[in-house]
Write a protein that binds this ligand. Structure first.
Ligand code: PLP
Length: 283
């Protein structure tokens, strides 16, 4: 695999970041993951807008101009002949002696790599996911897409050790997100219910697109907090992320959601999302 690090395309075995890079020492870095289908980027402009916002929140400059960044994406996809999978991008503040005080003049590091993987036909899409709930103990700026992912990684690992697929995190019983995706339910009235945007959740690119498509297709959408209890008695539940698209959730804490099988509205939203993503390849 060829990867990109700070201006160079390299075989992955030859690529490296300094141990003094603040990504390593402080998770002082932000990232994006975009899906690639049919060799093309999905929702690229939205990912770039969120990247710009994350960087601004942390005061890290983007080390290349936006046109050059898009060229790097295309070149890396080409070099790796990627047709289906993801492209990962990380910008860190750069290198400095270890100090909690952020350096004024570090040179940001830019890293990109691709990962080939099936996204369209997956076991999770067919069978749905089983999740357990856990208190959300992450920090309070989950709207910034930083590489500080340790709690989410711990919870994902705990879920798999418990024999299920993932967690739904909650604050005082109100659902925030899954470990690496946004959480949604569809109630008995057919209304899509999802937590509103705030500092408590990542502003998912897939979430935004799916809410648009749902509304366009005549579905009612309510952005409000919802509880685990409400989720367990919902007709359908699902998650969204750049690589999961729309994936059904069929069980929460051992309680079957709806029929315990992926629901029709969720499946329709997944199909709609994939169809629209393919027809709006902007990359
Ligand atoms: N929430 C969290 C915590 C995430 O890590 C992610 C994506 O990785 C998402 C939500 C979904 O965001 P997106 O749809 O932009 O991939």
């Amino acid at each position: 695999r060829t990867v990109y690090v700070n201006g160079q395309y390299l075989p992955e075995a030859e690529a490296s970041l300094s141990i003094f890079d603040r990504a390593v020492l402080f998770a002082d870095a932000v990232y994006e993951v975009a899906a690639v289908i049919d060799g093309a980027l999905v929702d690229y402009p939205a990912h770039q807008q969120r990247l710009a916002r994350s960087l601004k929140e942390l005061g890290i400059p983007l080390p290349v101009d936006p046109d050059a960044l898009l060229d790097i994406h295309h070149e890396l996809l080409r070099k790796n002949a990627l047709t289906e999978g993801l492209i990962y991008l990380q910008v860190s503040r750069g290198c400095a002696d270890r100090n909690f005080l952020m350096p004024h003049k570090a040179t940001p590091s830019l890293v990109l790599f691709t990962q080939a993987m099936p996204l369209l036909d997956t076991v999770a899409a067919t069978n749905g996911l089983r999740v357990i709930s856990r208190p959300d103990m992450r920090w309070g700026r989950r709207d910034i897409k930083t590489t500080q992912l340790l709690f989410a990684s711990m919870m994902k690992t705990e879920a798999v050790a418990a024999g299920v697929d993932d967690v739904w995190l909650h604050e005082q019983g109100m659902v925030t997100e899954a470990s690496s995706s946004n959480a949604h339910i569809i109630n008995d009235a057919g209304v899509l219910v999802t937590r509103p945007l705030s500092n408590e959740i990542l502003h998912g690119i897939t979430r935004a697109a799916v809410l648009d498509y749902a509304a366009e297709s005549g579905m009612q959408v309510e952005q409000r907090t919802f509880s685990l209890e409400e989720a367990k008695t919902a007709r359908e539940a699902f998650i969204t992320s750049a690589t999961a698209f729309v994936t059904p959730v069929v069980e929460i804490d051992g309680v079957a959601i709806g029929t315990g099988r992926p629901g029709p509205a969720t499946q329709r939203l997944r199909e709609l999302y994939i169809l629209r993503s393919r027809s709006t390849h902007g990359g």
